[in-house]
Design a protein around this ligand. Structure first.
Ligand code: PLP
Length: 384
């Protein structure tokens, strides 16, 4: 079976993992510090912490902005469940909004429609690694004094007008899960650009304690029995959100080869785009980045004219042992989502069952690329 995605792993990854085991430092070590430094350098961000998942980073964001009962928070219904959970776990109300049909990113117009006096934050997703209308949305959020959090789980190193996705809002979160462009096993990170939020972040990341500051002071040898600061203690909300050193080592190793990974993904994506362009078909369209942005090339995705066509396409690929799959089920239509949302979102409801993803990863073989290209051509030569 050709899977939808596969991590790009080699001997160097193993070398760094072995280093951790030999060092016997399994938390808060060399690799955590190094990978955070590299990511901060790439993003030109004020603060970066590697977490055990993007889900963890989203939960931290909800604590940092003090979400509470009575607050409303805007998010796309066509999205991953972790944003919704981060919101409802704080007792706030998720307000699901529409997407744009061409790129499946959150609709700027619907954000404006659904903003009220209770709106505390907007969570956007850069779907498939393609920028949402981030500049307009960030200007709008600033004008309304609403927090903006970018879920850039798909979009590490994607850009909009030369600025990295995840660095426009107050907070950006990223995923390095096994399914993402680079992996830390199961890992993620949080990047903070709002100075006011940075101080608390280290405590929230560390079970609500001031341990990180304590360790920093300890290293600087400014803790002595005289100044009575030989302990760290519980100072805020928090949980265990940091990534273990084994994950950080894998992530570090992946960060060292990120240029190669990204350039192969881009090349593969464009190979498939060329195949599709030649078809000159109205049966579906490719999900693409806007001209002002550069994609992280996370997903090779299509929107079909009808659900029936999408299902026929998926069946053809699956019969030939090539993964072809749907993506998100709208959150507002789910069992949990219905408890919070009583209105309809016609664009989202109409589009989600027509979305299909095909395999895209960095170590695709020539044979795999040819097989997928042939199947795309075959589908369009058949009469459906
Ligand atoms: C948009 C989006 N946000 C967040 C996540 C959660 O990422 P993680 O698995 O690292 O928690 C995902 C997972 O695929 C996602 O698609």
């Amino acid at each position: 079976m050709i899977p939808i995605t596969k991590p790009f792993l080699d001997k160097n990854d193993l070398k760094h993992i072995k280093n951790v085991l030999s060092s016997k430092i399994l938390t808060d070590g060399f690799y955590q510090e190094k990978s955070e430094k590299i990511i901060r350098g790439h993003l030109k961000s004020k603060f970066v912490a590697v977490t055990h998942s993007c889900t963890a980073a989203l939960e931290i964001s909800a604590i940092l902005i003090n979400l509470k009962p009575g607050d409303e928070v805007i998010l796309p219904s066509y999205g991953f469940v972790s944003i919704a959970n981060a919101i409802v776990l704080r007792g706030a109300k998720p307000i699901f909004v529409e997407i744009n049909p061409h790129d499946l990113n959150i609709s700027y117009d619907d954000i404006k429609n659904k903003t009220t006096k209770k709106t505390k934050a907007i969570y956007v997703i850069h779907y498939a690694g393609n920028a949402c209308q981030i500049k307009k949305i960030s200007q709008y959020a600033k004008s309304k004094k609403i927090f903006l959090i970018e879920d850039a789980a798909h979009a590490f190193l994607g850009k909009y007008q030369n600025k990295f996705l995840g660095t426009f809002g107050d907070i950006g979160v990223f995923s390095f899960h096994e399914t993402k462009n680079i992996v830390g096993g199961q890992a993620g990170c949080i990047s903070i650009n709002n100075y006011k939020l940075i101080e608390r972040a280290n405590c929230i990341l560390d079970k609500g304690t001031n341990r990180k500051i304590f360790i920093k002071n300890y290293k600087k040898k400014i803790i002595s029995s005289k100044n009575n600061k030989r302990f760290y203690s519980w100072v805020d909300f928090g949980s265990e959100y940091r990534a273990p050193e084994l994950s950080c080592a894998l992530l570090y190793s992946q960060l060292l080869k990120i240029k190669k990974i990204q350039s192969i993904r881009k090349k593969n994506w464009f190979t498939f785009k060329k195949v599709i362009q030649k078809l000159n078909t109205q049966k579906f369209y490719l999900i693409e980045s806007s001209k002002k942005a550069s994609s992280a090339y996370h997903i090779l995705g299509f929107v079909f004219k009808t659900t029936q066509l999408a299902n026929q396409f998926k069946k053809l690929f699956q019969n030939e042992r090539v993964a072809a799959t749907f993506h998100y089920v709208p959150l507002h239509k789910s069992k949990m989502g219905k408890k919070y949302c009583k209105y309809k979102l016609p664009i989202t409801e109409n589009i989600y069952s027509r979305v299909v993803r095909l395999p895209l990863f960095s170590d695709m073989t020539r044979n795999e690329i040819n097989k997928i290209s042939l199947l795309i051509n075959k589908f369009f030569s058949l009469k459906y």
